[in-house]
Design a protein around this ligand. Sequence first.
Ligand SMILES: NC(=O)c1ccc[n+]([C@@H]2O[C@H](COP(=O)([O-])OP(=O)(O)OC[C@H]3O[C@@H](n4cnc5c(N)ncnc54)[C@H](OP(=O)(O)O)[C@@H]3O)[C@@H](O)[C@H]2O)c1
Length: 294
Amino acid sequence: MDMELLKKTYVVTGATSGIGLASAAALARAGADVIGVGRSTERCRQAEMAVGSLNPATRVHYLTADLSQQGEVRRLAFMIKDRLAADGKVALDGLVNNAGTYTYWLTLTPDGIETQWAVNHLAGFLLTHELLPLLRTAPYARVVTVSSDSHHGARIRWDDPQLRRRYDGLAAYGTTKLANILFTVELNRRLREESSVRAFAVDPGLVKTDIAMKGTPALVSWAWKIRRSGGTGPEVPARCIQYLLIEPSIQHATQQYWKNCRPARASQAALDNRSASRLWMLSEGLCGIGEWSS
Ligand SMILES: NC(=O)c1ccc[n+]([C@@H]2O[C@H](COP(=O)([O-])OP(=O)(O)OC[C@H]3O[C@@H](n4cnc5c(N)ncnc54)[C@H](OP(=O)(O)O)[C@@H]3O)[C@@H](O)[C@H]2O)c1
């Protein structure tokens, strides 16, 4: 067990399968308390049993929330606060914004937002906003957002950021993964150097998960099945996520985009401060939050 992790608590979204499940398992094995988040009560129950059985010394709880809906994200933040309080804790040591989806067709959430934009970007933005006071209370805390190499070549079309007028599922996915890095850049800028909270974005690489086989056309599922066969297991990015959550030496690292526990090259568009700031204001508006004072 890692003595560093004992008594620490981490929230992992999308912790019922793939990279999120592997990250929750790695953290629990290492001795941390884990709050996993999933959208299905049954899959949450199964994951809680599986992850909870890995280490009797840790507390593992799963909470159900559909992160495509902003009301659910806010409700989740309340449930996390209640959970911490029930465990006698006042601080949260890290948040992993991992939940992600790929939608081939244009679908809108009940809030009227394109689904990938809502789940892959806005949910992490809003959840971080809601949990920041708890993260600030920890001696040091991390916000790790799972992005992707597919942000390369993507750009935000400011006249139609959700691509609602001319939807293309892959382009929309790439845009949200670009948004993950821009969010990280702007969060760090707003938190400033001396903050105890630090944000990182991570490229998990190509990973053998079912992400493009959930509600997609048969041809897309088939193509993903072939493509993912060249990928790693989810335990590989889970190691990097754990590193970014706990490694003390990177608290003041200037590199914000990582892969395999090393800094990675993000696109110029992803590191553009003006776009990061513009996206932030757009996201505040879409989430109905006023000026985010950080
Ligand atoms: N696999 C790759 O090669 C790859 C590469 C680059 C980046 N990524 C990123 O890695 C992250 C994890 O993906 P993965 O590959 O591990 O896929 P995955 O196995 O499908 O995991 C996605 C997780 O997000 C959850 N989720 C999806 N929609 C949700 C919603 N509306 N509300 C709450 N939870 C929701 C899923 O729940 P269910 O279990 O109920 O489906 C699942 O737990 C994503 O952000 C993805 O963009 C993956």
